[in-house]
Design a protein around this ligand. Structure first.
Ligand SMILES: *Cc1c(COP(=O)(O)O)cnc(C)c1O
Length: 437
């Protein structure tokens, strides 16, 4: 499979180059040249297949040309060492729980897959020579922990996590600042978009790229975002266990950088029977406005309760735009939007808890509410519960009056010592630091 850049000015790349480089030379995002439809028999059989087998079929469809069969199967099976179950919340509304991985957010799937794939390329020995590969990752909260934990102790790789000072939850912060080993946390005096801009500038800097081998583990990387398609296929397979058959399915994805929903859309292109999609946003409403007006106007991100979705210029918009031939009509006929203030998010969490007993986290709450507001008769909605509510314990307890339990694997992170490097949002400072490494 070859990958082209959404900006159209960079040479085509093979999978290995796309994964190792992350971003194309022209700052565009890599897109697979073709998206193959999966055969009808696969969809007929899916309900009887395991999550791992479903995922392997989807993975082969994208990566089968470029990765040995056995190795790909190992990577997929090892990535999915946990389940992504569907839970009924109320009539016609189901939660796709994506928080059962090691760092309790959906990003574990993409991060674990990418770490294993990059490790495979390094072992194969023809990508990096014997130079360390440096993974740069900007995080609004959950990416940092998923990537850091996915890559922890992987030989030949060093990870730099850039995060906005004071703008991630204490539990999120300790998940990537306490690990040590091959993980360095960089505390940027700015917002998430500043962190993302620093990472993008680093990739474009010739001097820096001569000095060290850099790659990105943000959802701009194809190995991060595509594997997220796995759990959408599994969701469609598992929903039949609730006696739901041939209903019109609506997939609702709480969105920030739009990597997660982008993977769902790729699944749809592969034939996944989902009728339509909803992108649920917090107060950061750039995509919502695009759907309304046809104009994409990025702005500075606003801090909200659902902080992992505080993105003012979502990277993967470029992929969605490209996927549908830059057609606003095609995009807005398949995807609708929703935007919620912090007050609305808190009300949703209280209402859902009171009426159903289900504890939503602030991100999942946007998804749930968008289904409550947007589901039409005859439709069945599935929203992604993108993180475990305990990751936002202070906020969730304050809103719901609960004292939710912190899972043991989350508690383990909180015992470590925080270590981070303070950094300004000026690229020259960041570059000077990396040039010394
Ligand atoms: C990252 C994240 C999101 C947003 O996902 P995107 O792929 O960036 O759109 C939503 N919820 C949680 C909990 C996250 O960590």
């Amino acid at each position: 499979m070859k990958y082209y850049s959404t900006n159209g000015k960079a040479p085509m790349a093979d999978l290995q180059k796309a994964v190792v480089k992350g971003l194309a030379e022209d700052r565009g995002l890599y897109m697979p040249e073709e998206i193959y439809k999966l055969p009808k028999e696969f969809f007929d059989d899916m309900a009887g297949m395991s999550f791992q087998d479903i995922a392997y079929t989807v993975a082969s469809n994208f990566f089968g040309d470029d990765v040995d069969e056995d190795a790909l199967q190992d990577i997929v099976y090892d990535t999915l060492s946990f389940d992504c179950p569907i839970v009924k919340v109320e009539d016609n509304i189901y939660s796709l729980e994506l928080f059962h991985g090691p760092t309790l957010a959906f990003k574990d799937v993409g991060a674990r897959f990418m770490a294993r794939l990059l490790g495979y390329f390094l072992r194969r020995g023809d990508s990096a020579g014997n130079k360390t590969v440096n993974v740069l990752v900007a995080t609004s909260g959950d990416t940092g922990s998923a990537v850091a934990n996915g890559f922890l102790g992987v030989e030949g790789i060093h990870v730099y996590v850039l995060y906005p000072k004071g703008k991630v939850s204490p539990i999120q912060e300790c998940q990537f600042t306490t690990l040590g080993k091959n993980i360095t946390a960089i505390e940027v005096d700015g917002v998430f978009d500043d962190c993302q801009a620093l990472v993008k500038s680093a990739f474009m800097d010739d001097e820096l790229n001569k000095h060290m081998k850099l790659t990105s583990a943000n959802s701009i990387n194809v190995a991060r975002f595509l594997p997220q398609a796995f759990y959408y296929f599994n969701a469609v397979a598992r929903i039949t266990e609730f006696g739901i058959q041939n209903s019109e399915l609506v997939m609702c994805v709480p969105s920030g950088n739009f990597g997660n929903i982008c993977a769902a859309l790729f699944g749809h292109e592969m034939g996944l029977p989902i009728k339509r999609f909803i992108a649920a946003n917090n107060a950061n409403d750039v995509f919502f406005n695009y759907l309304k007006t046809g104009k994409y106007e990025p702005k500075a991100s606003i801090q909200t309760l659902a902080n992992a979705m505080d993105v003012g210029d979502p990277s993967n918009f470029a992929r969605i735009y490209d996927l549908y031939g830059k057609s606003h009509e095609r995009i807005s006929s398949l995807i609708s939007g929703a935007t919620y203030s912090d007050e609305q998010i808190a009300n949703t969490m209280r209402q859902c808890y009171k009426e159903t007993g289900y504890v939503l986290d602030p991100h999942g709450a946007c998804g749930y509410q968008a289904l409550k507001d947007g589901l039409k008769p005859g439709e069945v909605g599935i929203f992604c519960e993108t993180a475990h509510p305990a990751k936002f314990k202070e906020k969730v307890d304050a809103i719901l009056g609960t004292n939710i339990e912190i899972p043991a694997r989350l508690q383990a992170f909180m015992k470590g010592q925080k270590q981070s490097i303070p950094m300004s949002k000026d690229f020259q400072d960041f570059k000077a630091y990396l040039m010394q490494q």
